[in-house]
Design a protein around this ligand. Structure first.
Ligand code: ZN
Ligand code: ZN
Length: 213
């Protein structure tokens, strides 16, 4: 098995979690032995989020999706954003808030759970009033956390440890754009994303009655 950042290998990760005897869990209660908490920070693309969300649903898995209200790349208040929110809920996922410090825009669209976008160390693990900070105990604990940041698993791809039940419990952060778009490096995946984005934006322009003839 090769540890590529592809939807195929994401599927392997989900199967490995099942093989290891894990259950999927969220941020509504403290982690327990046997929990895999799948967390996704959506930085760039709702399309990528939906692609990964569909794979999870197809595998009988669910996760928590952290969506931005202040993204420079997508608009959650657009019709596309509303459709994505509805689809994530419909697939059985949870929706939480990927916030840009210091703004917490929790409203009825979100569960009261926050993950800061690119946090600085001075507030990363701090209390957030009336919300769960996913980077605070009990959810963030040394040895119980893995992240695919910039298309690199700092402690290695967790599929093998999941399959043999090596974690007591674990929070796994993945960014859907890395898995939904092809590329052996972050740069290549971003180029693939931009290619897809160009086509998608041309389609939006047509919808917007922009003459592209
Ligand atoms: Zn792997
Ligand atoms: Zn982010």
């Amino acid at each position: 098995m090769t540890c590529a950042f592809t939807l195929e290998h994401y599927r392997d990760l989900l199967r490995a979690a099942r093989a290891g005897g894990y259950r999927f869990a969220g941020f509504d209660r403290a982690p327990e032995a046997g929990d895999v908490i799948l967390r996704h920070d959506v930085d760039l693309s709702l399309d990528a989020a939906l692609a990964v969300a569909e794979v999870e649903a197809e595998q009988g898995a669910w996760s928590t999706w952290f969506l931005m209200t202040r993204s420079v790349f997508y608009n959650l208040a657009s019709s596309e954003g509303e459709r994505a929110l509805a689809r994530l809920r419909e697939l059985g996922h949870r929706v939480a808030h990927h916030a840009v410090y210091p703004n917490v825009d929790l409203d009825e669209r979100f569960d009261p759970v926050v993950a800061w976008h690119n946090p600085d160390p001075d507030y990363m693990h701090a209390e957030i009033p009336d919300a769960v900070n996913v980077m605070q105990p009990p959810f963030f604990v040394q040895g119980h956390y893995r992240s695919d940041s910039n298309q690199h698993w700092r402690s290695g791809c967790p599929h093998e440890e999941l399959a043999r039940g090596a974690f007591d419990w674990v929070q796994i952060l993945t960014h859907p754009e890395i898995w939904a778009y092809d590329g052996d490096t972050m740069r290549e995946s971003m180029e693939s994303f931009l290619t897809a984005e160009r086509a998608a934006r041309l389609e939006l322009m047509r919808h917007d009655r922009i003459d592209l003839s």
